[in-house]
Write a protein of this length. Structure first.
Length: 277
């Protein structure tokens, strides 16, 4: 099978839960210690062998593009000041051979619609989707674990973790083949976006996916559903009827940095880790 070389990052959202901080600053640019949240996610992709980063943006997210571009004036000042360590932090070698592409999502119609905007950049291949809100700390990384599962099973695979049963209505929830429950890799039977009752399990989808380019066919025919938005989970549900999709119970510590509580906990965790080193 083809190597996973492309990752789509949906970053067009307004970040309303962090207002007023996100009135002028993209949520993805909020710092976790000394790096913006989005940089952790891009590092995860690049360290997994991905060399093309596709951002689905909006008109309020120019700062993300600027962050991954060169700042010649700042670099010159740091060179003249002899601040090589700071220069290395903003001009990082791991991004030197990475292609960054930016696509505008003209209106906020949900995650499924955001992914659909990348169709013209994805060929007949599997590709990664990374939601930067989910900061997942582990070595190997979560996306690396999914890529390994993809290579073994030769199929689409989505990241999963267990959540309390009373919180299933907050997530996309999957049902799986019972015979596969003893493994970290499970075969999906169904997927439901934020079930109000009778959730099929407590296995929740996290913001890491390896999907076939066939997903676009299903996204094109979707009507808005939960929240009045086009849901990626609805497209995966349709795809399950035609091909197998695996779920992978990843190893790692996840912080939901789309919430203030998760964001603060991520900072505390990484600050402690830095102080222990």
């Amino acid at each position: 099978m083809k190597k996973i070389t492309k990752a789509v990052f949906p970053v067009a959202g307004l970040g309303t839960r962090f207002l007023p901080a996100t009135k002028a600053i993209p949520k993805e640019m909020l710092p976790i210690i000394d790096k913006p949240l989005i940089e952790y996610a891009v590092e995860e992709a690049v360290n997994a062998g991905i060399n093309e980063i596709i951002f689905i943006t909006s008109h309020t997210k120019r700062a993300i593009e600027d962050h991954f571009d060169q700042n010649f004036e700042l670099e010159e000042k740091l060179i003249n000041s002899g601040k090589k360590d700071f220069l290395n932090k903003i001009n990082r070698d791991i991004f030197q051979n990475i292609k960054f592409t930016y696509v505008r999502q003209k209106s906020q119609n949900g995650l499924g619609d955001a992914i659909l905007q990348s169709e013209h950049l994805i060929q007949d291949e599997h590709f990664a989707i990374i939601l930067a809100d989910d900061l997942i700390i582990n070595n190997p990384s979560c996306i690396n674990q999914l890529i390994s599962s993809y290579k073994i099973n030769q199929s689409s695979v989505i990241g999963l973790n267990e959540v309390p049963k009373n919180e299933t209505e907050k997530y996309g929830i999957v049902s799986v083949e019972e015979s596969s429950l003893s493994s970290s890799t499970v075969l999906l039977k169904d997927i439901i976006e934020k079930p109000k009752s009778n959730a099929p399990s407590n296995l929740a989808v996290v913001g890491r996916y390896i999907l076939s380019s066939k997903i676009f066919k299903y996204l094109k025919n979707l009507e808005p559903s939960v929240g009045g938005e086009v849901q990626l989970t609805d497209a995966i549900r349709l795809m399950l009827k035609d091909e197998k999709v695996m779920g992978y119970l990843y190893e790692g510590t996840k912080f939901d940095c789309g919430s203030r509580h998760g964001y603060v906990n991520a900072i505390k965790h990484l600050a402690k880790k830095m102080s222990d080193e």
